[in-house]
Design a protein around this ligand. Sequence first.
Ligand code: NAD
Length: 352
Amino acid sequence: MDIVIIGFGGMGGYHAQNLAAYCKTNPAHPLRVAGVYDIDPARGRAAEQQGLRAYASAEEVFADKSVGAVLIATPNDFHLPYVQAAAAAGKNIICEKPITLTSAMAEQMYDAAEKAGVVFEVHQNRRWDDDFLTVRKIFDTEAVGAVYCIESRVMGGNGIPGDWRKKAAQGGGMMLDWGVHLIDQMLLMIPSPVRSLYCEYSYIYGEEVDDGFNLTVDFENGIKYRIVVATDCFRNLPRWQVYGTEGTATVADWDLSGGMTRVLVKKDASLRGIKAGNGFTRTMAPRADDSVQQLPLPVVHAEPWAFYKNFAAACAGEEPRTIRREEVVRVMRLMEAAARSAHENEVIKEKL
Ligand SMILES: NC(=O)c1ccc[n+]([C@@H]2O[C@H](COP(=O)([O-])OP(=O)(O)OC[C@H]3O[C@@H](n4cnc5c(N)ncnc54)[C@H](O)[C@@H]3O)[C@@H](O)[C@H]2O)c1
């Protein structure tokens, strides 16, 4: 199926390369990038240099009968109008995350796609991150006992990149940019409704949108989940920390470094105190080596090209879409609750 990328910037370019690699290994269901449309003519010329057709307008893409699908990778505020127009033209659609700016707009997009009978998939690609799949395995198999708290963080020191990500009207800010991934992962992993949440935004760089945030979610099943996104940090904390009744797991980074420590002796009678700082402590003394067991992470690798494979199979009517409407809308609703919490400095007690 011929696919045209609308918005040929950082992510559009990444998709063009990835789709070319996907096609080589999946000849049964190719998704051939036939062209691009970008509002910036320089990006169109860059596409032509890569052997791709540069369309003069989005309308020209939608009117082209040879185009089976479009991939929308523009700034977030253009996702809604392009998805509506693409659906009306009968094109199957991949739309970059976040789907759009609000849950109500997301519902409109799904309504448009369902009315037109086209496949509409949101690129929640971090469902297939190896670090997330590894943590999910630790959670599901109770590798450190029953999990009662998870910390999920992404930290960088580069501020908010580019221009449109700094503008509220364009759907900027780190909650929409990264929160959408980390909240999606959380809601996939924890099999429980949310009971309440509290969120703080950071505005270290003085932009009109959040440059990071700190979100604590309290689930009805008792699990606490903390998400931290920072763009002003030069010494990072681990990507994941998982606390269970029998131990603790750390996934330090996307490179899957880290490990698990399982407790063998819960109350160690031989525990000795240590001098720590200007004082003495038994509580915070290190565990004796024989009272704990060090284990490697149960690393999980994602199936290659799982997102594109599913989209292509869904377009062929062979599989349902993996990323469901109710999941995407639930993430949007949770982000809206988090924004209310941050703006009003209040715990939001809402079943989500
Ligand atoms: N899933 C992921 O891992 C991931 C990673 C990065 C970005 N994204 C998403 O991809 C989208 C694009 O982000 P980016 O980092 O590539 O941004 P970018 O600024 O690098 O690229 C955006 C491109 O869209 C073009 N554009 C702007 N308005 C347009 C319009 N009305 N019509 C056509 N083209 C238009 C710009 O000229 C630019 O080339 C965003 O929705 C972002 O959230 C997803």
